[in-house]
Design a protein around this ligand. Structure first.
Ligand code: SAM
Length: 240
């Protein structure tokens, strides 16, 4: 998806991952990527680790970045959507968290500096784009650093169905209208989903600590779905 599409989603509630209840008092904020809570997997994997420099890729409204900053991490958080970044900056300010935010297209953004933690949560690019980004992300991982990849697993067929039916919060005009368009859209969507072993294979030079599909409640919606989780480490003093 392109910047204007993401901006349109973030100008509203954000992408809906699970069922969206259209109530009007804001109480459904936890049902999609607009949640102010960090991803529970991030908390579980990072809590208690010694803090350092963190790079959060595809940060959306910044919930993960803000949580990391509040734990003492020095965070650079990047997203394609300037609308998301504006909202994330405001949220960080309100939370009293210091996060460096940057608007950039990670499909071709050069990554610089070294990070002790690199996180990618639900940044669904095409396979080739993801491979290129993971290569760049691995390159900036400091010795001893950890890379965490979390995304919808290809076995989450519900996700695919919902997105095919345009139930992602996007413009209903984007819905495929004939079989051929539907097949093309399905192939496009499927290509953005992952399997743990594929992601692990895209991180040569890193030690794969964990690569599995788990049932995970992505945004506190109360519904679990198959999720690719890969945790990779750059071992100090050597590769793999
Ligand atoms: C599904 S949201 C996930 C947001 C957040 N990581 C979370 O877990 O809630 C995907 C985010 O990736 C961003 N994104 C998509 N394509 C991107 C690209 N090429 N470069 C940078 N960010 C991108 C979108 O703007 C969006 O904020």
């Amino acid at each position: 998806m392109e910047r204007d599409e993401w901006n349109a989603l973030w100008a509203k509630d954000g992408p809906h991952d699970r069922h969206h209840h259209d109530d009007h008092d804001g109480s459904d904020l936890r049902h999609h990527h607009g949640s102010t809570d960090p991803d529970e997997l991030l908390v579980r994997l990072v809590d208690g680790q010694p803090v350092g420099r963190a790079l959060e890729l595809g940060c959306g409204l910044g919930a993960n970045a803000i949580w990391l900053a509040r734990q003492g991490w020095q965070v650079l958080a990047i997203d394609l959507s300037d609308v998301a970044i504006d909202r994330a900056r405001k949220r960080a300010k309100d939370a009293g968290a210091e996060v460096e935010f940057q608007v950039a297209d990670l499909r071709d953004q050069q990554l610089t500096r070294r990070y002790d933690l690199v996180t990618l949560f639900y940044l669904h690019l095409s396979a080739a784009e993801r491979q290129s980004l993971l290569e760049r992300a691995a390159q900036v991982l400091a010795p001893g650093g950890t890379l965490i990849f979390v995304g919808h697993d290809r076995s989450d067929t519900d996700w695919l169905e919902r997105h095919l039916h345009g139930d992602h919060g996007q413009d209903q005009d984007a819905k495929p209208t004939n079989d051929q368009a539907r097949q093309a859209r399905q192939a496009e969507l499927e290509a953005t989903l992952t399997r743990p072993d594929e992601v692990a294979a895209e991180l040569p030079g890193l030690h794969i600590e964990r690569a599995e599909a788990v049932n995970h409640d992505a945004h506190g919606s109360g519904e679990e779905a198959a999720t690719t989780v890969v945790v990779a480490i750059r071992r100090s003093g050597g590769s793999g």
